[in-house]
Design a protein around this ligand. Structure first.
Ligand code: MN
Length: 213
């Protein structure tokens, strides 16, 4: 059994794959990612609207729910709540999860690309670079994102622990920092389909299979 199957037991136990269009734990290939590892940000209109930031780490997508989405302004700290690991194939997912299923609601693929471990730039020659998985376990990671909307250095920092565990997503001060941009509100379309959240949501009513009677 591969390690990623163990990590995805939480993901799989929450979902009925005969009902949700979300992917299981099959192999993943992405025609939009020349380089790996990948990251995605999915806008998710569930019980509350949020953005799911997912980073490929050791064969799964490490995930955080970010209520306000990412900022390009280093002075903004965005709450990021860890959620269960998702399968790699989820990085291509967009669509409508049935309302009565776990996470029910519309998912829009808001940004996608590759990322690299910024600790590679910080260590001296010959020193071992802390792996991203180790940084996640330590509650402090720094990555350089190369997305279509979001790019540059981001830090994810854990504060609190146990039931109070919360993380902060913070734009680092670099060439990509820009306090005037606000892509969450100005660049709302999907990078996959070009659709808005409303347009994707409208598709669930087009199938004609649902019977409200
Ligand atoms: Mn979500």
């Amino acid at each position: 059994m591969s390690g990623s199957e163990d990590k995805l037991s939480d993901y799989e136990s929450k979902r009925d794959f005969t009902r949700t269009p979300e992917p299981g734990a099959e192999e993943a290939e992405f025609d939009w990612a020349d380089e790996r590892p990948v990251f995605v940000i999915q806008q998710h209109d569930a019980s509350s609207l949020h953005y799911d930031l997912r980073l490929e780490v050791d064969g799964v997508l490490k995930s955080w729910a970010v209520p306000k989405g990412p900022s390009t302004d280093p002075s903004e700290k965005r709450l990021a709540v860890p959620t269960e690991d998702h399968p790699l194939q989820y990085a291509d997912f967009e669509g409508n999860i049935p309302e009565d299923e776990y996470g029910g609601g519309t998912v829009l693929l808001w940004d996608r690309g590759s990322y690299r471990n910024l600790k590679e730039d910080e260590v001296d020659d010959g020193e071992e670079v802390p792996k991203v998985a180790e940084q996640v376990a330590d509650g402090h990671l720094t990555v350089w994102l190369e997305g279509e909307k979001i790019s540059g250095g981001y830090a994810l920092i854990e504060t609190g622990s146990g039931d109070d565990e919360r993380w902060l997503l913070i734009k680092m001060k670099d060439s990509e920092a820009d306090a005037r941009r606000n892509p969450v509100s100005t660049e709302r379309e999907s990078v996959k389909s070009g659709m808005t959240l409303e347009e994707i949501a409208a598709q669930k009513d087009d199938g004609g299979e649902e019977d409200d009677g």
